[in-house]
Design a protein around this ligand. Structure first.
Ligand code: EPU
Length: 332
């Protein structure tokens, strides 16, 4: 276990905010976490890789971080394998492990920043796959009582970038392990965007090829947080009614969209680009020039600058399209 007071979080948030935590504790096991619980006073923030949050200022309570590691096969049959990973495993290391072992299901989620624990909280998703599609079981410790609890996927109430851990049980549980159901005979998901086109000249496409294609797409479109602070997609893609969608489509016949349960999803990045924001900035906060859904720290930006840019963009999108867009990034 590692513990620090007045600890700089600069290297623990990909937006590159230079803020401090009053107390920062990194634990290595469930038992260590349980022993810590009686010592927790005031606000508690459980952090993963810090890749989906924006600190508004110093954190006056305790920041907890899981360093629970390990990836192990729990059960298998001819078709499937259940793999249990520690919450502190770097997500992309887990994906790399799965692909190396020939287990399919997470290859489309290659290179998403963050850790295994957060995959189950955020229901991370990309290129037609969401974490919920592969999660079989979530193990967690209640931050009040220290009691261990296991959640089946249905209990987690998953939806697009949503789970019960972000709603009713926000801040109540620390996820310690996640078990994923992976396929020994992978069914490739190539329908999203230009993945199929990228792999067109390959004869027998493997999950390793899909992983590489996705790594290439992400590297081309998304800024590297080590070079330019950012938290991936800053906004969620809104879902609107069919009527609303058809009305907008009249004016913008080339608008991209996805039919989803309950309506039509319109890419917020496209709307932001239509509003003229792509590659533009306000102060030291910018809109990425290759993907308008991503806000970037152009160097030394304050959280106020990022939030001002966020609010200005939301107003412009509302004015032009009549649609409310909301941050995906958690404001702390
Ligand atoms: N688009 C534009 N301009 C832009 C950005 C996008 O016109 O500046 C258009 C694209 O041409 C495309 C559509 O919008 O037709 C969708 O774009 P893209 O495939 O890049 O995906 P996205 O909807 O912008 C979502 C996820 C990403 C994920 C990609 C791929 C959310 C909030 N974001 O972005 O996730 O990688 O799909 O599946 O759902 C993340 O969460 O950090 C993240 C990167």
């Amino acid at each position: 276990m590692k513990e620090y007071n007045d600890y700089s979080l600069l290297n623990h948030n990909t937006f590159g905010m230079d803020v401090c935590a009053k107390r920062y504790v990194e634990y290595d096991s469930e038992r260590e976490l349980q022993a810590l619980i009686p010592t927790l006073k005031g606000d508690v923030l459980h952090m993963g890789g810090g890749s989906n949050l924006l600190f508004k200022g110093d954190f006056e309570g305790t920041v907890l971080h899981s360093a629970i590691k390990g990836v192990e096969v729990e059960e298998e049959n001819e078709r499937e394998v259940l793999v249990r990973a520690g919450a502190g495993v770097v997500w992309d290391d887990f994906v790399a492990w799965a692909v190396e072992h020939g287990y399919g299901g997470v290859e489309n989620l290659s290179l998403i920043p963050g850790e295994v624990g957060a995959s189950a909280v955020q229901n991370i998703g990309a290129y037609g796959v969401e974490a919920k599609d592969v999660i079989a079981l979530v193990e967690a410790i209640a931050l009040q009582s220290g009691q261990k609890r296991c959640f089946g996927t249905a209990e987690c109430d998953y939806a697009y970038r949503q789970s019960i851990f972000k709603k009713e049980w926000k801040g109540k549980y620390a996820i310690t392990y996640v078990t994923y159901r992976l396929q020994k005979e992978p069914v490739l998901k190539l329908e999203y965007g230009n993945i199929k086109a990228m792999l067109a000249d390959k004869a027998n496409v493997t999950i390793a090829d899909v992983r590489q294609a996705i790594i290439d797409i992400r590297n081309a479109k998304l800024p590297d947080p080590k070079v330019q602070g950012n938290a991936g997609s800053f906004f969620m893609n809104p879902v609107v009614s069919r009527e609303k969608f058809l009305a907008i489509q009249k004016d913008y016949p080339r608008m991209p969209y996805y039919e989803v349960e309950g309506g039509v999803k319109i890419p917020a990045g496209w709307m932001i680009e239509q509003c003229g924001w792509k590659g533009k900035s306000l102060g030291r906060a910018g809109v990425h020039d290759k993907q308008a859904l991503v806000l970037v720290n152009l160097g030394g930006a304050t959280s106020e600058e990022i939030i001002t840019l966020c609010n200005t963009i939301c107003c412009d999108v509302k004015e032009r399209f009549g649609i409310d867009i909301h941050p995906e990034v958690n404001l702390i």
